[in-house]
Design a protein around this ligand. Structure first.
Ligand code: LFR
Length: 453
């Protein structure tokens, strides 16, 4: 996306959209990283034709990486949903038990956190490990860095200092040389390499600026909060539900509840819980379509909103839903095994998924509030899920709190605001996050869903 941002101006334009389909090969599930890079270059070429681009910012999902020797990528990056991570978890926990690990890195236990993935690798031949946005930035600029918000999802950062955790690296026998220099969102990564600029006809493109390169970090920047007592839900493939803190919260209760301390822009802490998210619905639809039925998602959700039969509310956090494939079958089996009612129609099935997600969202907001001591008066839902009216309304109903929905493009907006601030396009350089959020609230007023009795 491109943005035109200045005092009182905030225009967004989508210049390219492309699929991100993983590929399963004999050794497991991978990202098609070269295809993503090719599409990103084509998008930059399109953007460059529309006029001068002052800065480029890159964000993506977290945790996944490529290993490099010199400038050569050693194999195609794995997808975090690949099953190999179970071995990595066992290997890491044999050296650093789960409760110790939480005191060191403050992360929710997710089997795909980078440190568990790295434990399945031969690191001998590798000179650097680059997270996905850092890899793309390297290909564009030739500069090797690790942007700090995304680096926090590796499980190898000390949440208290924001630096690579030397003690943890040593215990896990991860050579610290493979981890690049950390940089903060707002700093300049570098100019486009001349070869890249030539290839895309992008000589008018300014430098690559570090942003909250973890998509969730950028989305949290763009939560249109106007008061401090808010919780956020970044709702897309995942539902990232939490509050923003000034310092990490490392209580044992938080570990048991699955709360993470990820790094935010401007040194904030994203104290949140990963809920399985709309993945449950999109994977279910994918199975139905594979089985030969074309699904019109908006129509399905409208029918789901009209369902009156009681539907199963199941545990949307169950790790059994992590891998791809056969989701409708797995959810039905999960419910049957627990004596929950079977849905009689596809609409009721979709309703059951959305009810379960809304319940998990509401629970996570309450837990975030209890564990952090923050009162929560309003819940902001940003990202694709903010367009799902049923999900927004049910989240308000289940939580008993007003929900403010939107913007849908929060990640891109947060990404671009950090660039605009760094360029001085917002006036002062020291514009704080609260000011950025008020700008978002004015430019993209959210939609209110009040809780129903
Ligand atoms: C959302 C997200 C989550 C992260 C998951 C895996 O897109 O980045 O924050 O836990 O994907 O990377």
């Amino acid at each position: 996306m491109t943005g035109l941002i200045g005092p009182g101006v905030f225009e967004l334009e989508t210049v390219a959209r492309f699929p991100n389909d993983p590929v399963r090969t004999i050794d497991g599930l991978h990202w098609d990283i070269l295809s993503l890079y090719r599409h990103a270059l084509a998008g930059l070429a399109t953007a460059a034709r529309t006029g001068r681009i002052d800065s480029v910012g890159i964000d993506s999902w977290a945790v996944d990486y490529a290993l490099l020797r010199g400038n050569r990528m050693l194999g195609n990056p794995f997808h975090y949903r690949d099953e190999r991570t179970a071995d990595g978890v066992a290997a890491v926990h044999a050296v650093v038990p789960a409760d110790d690990l939480y005191q060191l890195n403050g992360l929710q236990h997710l089997p795909f956190n980078t440190l568990f993935q790295l434990a399945t690798e031969q690191l001998d031949g590798a000179e650097s490990a680059l997270l996905i946005p850092d890899l793309l930035a390297y290909w564009l600029t030739g500069r090797v860095v690790a942007e700090r918000t995304n680096a926090s999802t590796t499980g190898l950062l000390d949440p208290r200092t924001g630096a690579w955790h030397a003690e943890l690296l040593e215990r896990l026998a991860i050579p610290s040389e493979v981890l690049p220099e950390l940089v903060d969102a707002g700093s300049t990564i570098g100019e486009l390499l001349p070869s890249v600029a030539t290839e895309i006809g992008g000589h008018g493109i300014g430098s690559v600026t570090a942003v909250g390169s973890h998509d969730t970090a950028s989305a949290v920047v763009a939560v249109p909060a106007t008061t401090p007592d808010f919780a956020y839900i970044s709702a897309g493939t995942w539902g990232l539900v939490g509050v923003e803190l000034e310092a990490p919260e490392l209580s044992e209760a938080g570990r048991v509840a699955g709360f993470t301390n990820e790094g935010g822009v401007d040194g904030r802490i994203r104290y949140l819980h990963n809920v399985m998210g709309l993945w449950l619905l999109t994977e279910t639809v994918r199975q139905w379509e594979r089985d030969g039925t074309i699904i019109d998602l908006p129509a399905l959700l409208a029918e789901a909103a009209a369902v009156t039969e009681p539907v199963a509310v199941f545990d949307a956090n169950d790790p059994e839903f992590l891998p791809p494939g056969g989701m409708a079958t797995r959810i039905a089996a999960h419910c049957a095994a627990r004596g929950l009612p079977a849905a009689s129609t596809r609409a009721a099935f979709a309703r059951s998924i959305v009810e379960s997600l809304a319940t998990a969202f509401a629970d996570a907001v309450s837990t975030a509030s209890e564990l952090s001591g923050r009162s929560v008066g309003v819940i902001h839902i940003v990202g694709g899920g903010s367009l799902n009216e049923l999900l927004c309304q049910l989240t308000a109903d289940r939580s008993g709190r007003p929900v403010l929905a939107g913007p849908v493009e929060a990640t891109a907006i947060g990404n671009m605001l950090v660039q605009a601030r760094a360029l001085g396009a917002l006036g002062e350089h020291d514009v704080d996050l609260e000011t950025l959020r008020r700008l978002v609230a004015t430019a993209f007023p959210p939609r209110l869903y009040s809780p129903r009795p």
